[in-house]
Design a protein around this ligand. Structure first.
Ligand code: KMH
Ligand code: ZN
Length: 273
């Protein structure tokens, strides 16, 4: 049976703890969330951290402690965000790899991000990519727009294969300013991916379910979590990240695909043992 890699993105840099009390922002909350999501069927955790006031941070000691704590309590693949918040400078984003995660996100281009701009110019992408190769960290290529797929081709053509030897992408759909979270955009993006690449998809906000159905029907993998979705259904706030993982697992099983275990995901992605 073909299996589905499920990634949970539990926190993000944008959601507000006051407006979304279930958002995990402390180390204890994050570790508890990680355990629940592994139990529910996730194999990868995409991590953003917050400071003592629940504001997004890329503080290096905090990142190191977070990687260690999640590794100690779960078998999940720890993927640190190098995107951070739109206000994070490039130097801080590059230093994320000092925390020695299993994997990291690598966004393949600049994109409008609501009223903001998420900056990923070519020199930054190229430097980050070469750093992932040197540090033996598996990159996940975040694609918010079709143009990002072209930049991914340029990255691979210029600098060669990623650490782990396998290209895995995540289509981040439905960001205001990026590609829409619908089936025709998903099909167009997937058609443009490099030969042999695998991919997950996530739909922001109300595009979560349509993107999940489209991804399952097109043979893709899934990312879910409160970074991307705070509403479970109309009028129903998400109560926990595990609730979103459980729904993804249910839909995956209906699609006749088993959720991939963390051990299977390690070999699938080429993560260092
Ligand atoms: N918070 C966004 C500006 C990533 O994690 O790499 C960027 C983001 C992508 O979430
Ligand atoms: Zn993120």
């Amino acid at each position: 049976m073909v299996s589905t890699l499920i990634t949970v993105a539990p926190t993000g840099a944008e959601a507000d703890k006051v407006a979304a009390p279930a958002l995990p922002v402390t180390l204890e909350e994050l570790v508890q969330t990680a355990k629940e999501c592994e139990e529910a069927g996730a194999a990868v955790i995409h991590v953003h951290i917050r400071d003592a006031e629940a504001r997004p941070t890329l503080d290096p000691p905090r990142l190191r402690d977070t990687v260690a704590a999640i590794r100690e309590s779960t078998g999940l693949i720890v993927q640190l965000s190098t995107g951070g918040a739109v206000t994070d400078p490039y130097e801080h984003r590059l230093k994320v790899l000092d925390a020695m995660p299993d994997a990291c996100s690598l966004t393949c281009g600049t994109v409008n991000f609501g009223d903001d701009v998420f900056m990923n110019p070519w020199p930054f992408m190229a430097e980050l990519y070469q750093l992932t190769q040197a540090r033996e960290v598996v990159p996940e290529f975040e694609l918010f727009d079709l143009g990002h797929v072209a930049a991914l081709h340029r990255l691979l053509d210029t600098y060669g294969a990623p650490y782990g030897g396998h290209v895995h992408c995540d289509l981040v759909m439905g960001v205001p300013g990026g590609m829409p979270g619908d089936t025709r955009s998903l099909v167009a993006a997937v058609a443009a991916l490099p030969e042999g690449a695998t991919w997950s998809a996530t739909g922001i906000g109300r595009t979560s379910l349509p993107v999940m159905y489209a991804a399952l029907s097109a043979g893709g993998h899934l990312r879910v979590g409160m970074e991307d979705t705070l509403t479970y259904a109309k009028g129903q706030p998400v109560t926990s990240n595990a609730q979103l993982v459980e729904r993804a697992v249910t839909l995956t099983k209906i699609a006749q695909r088993a959720p991939m275990s963390p051990a299977e995901a390690r070999s699938f992605l080429g993560v260092k043992e």
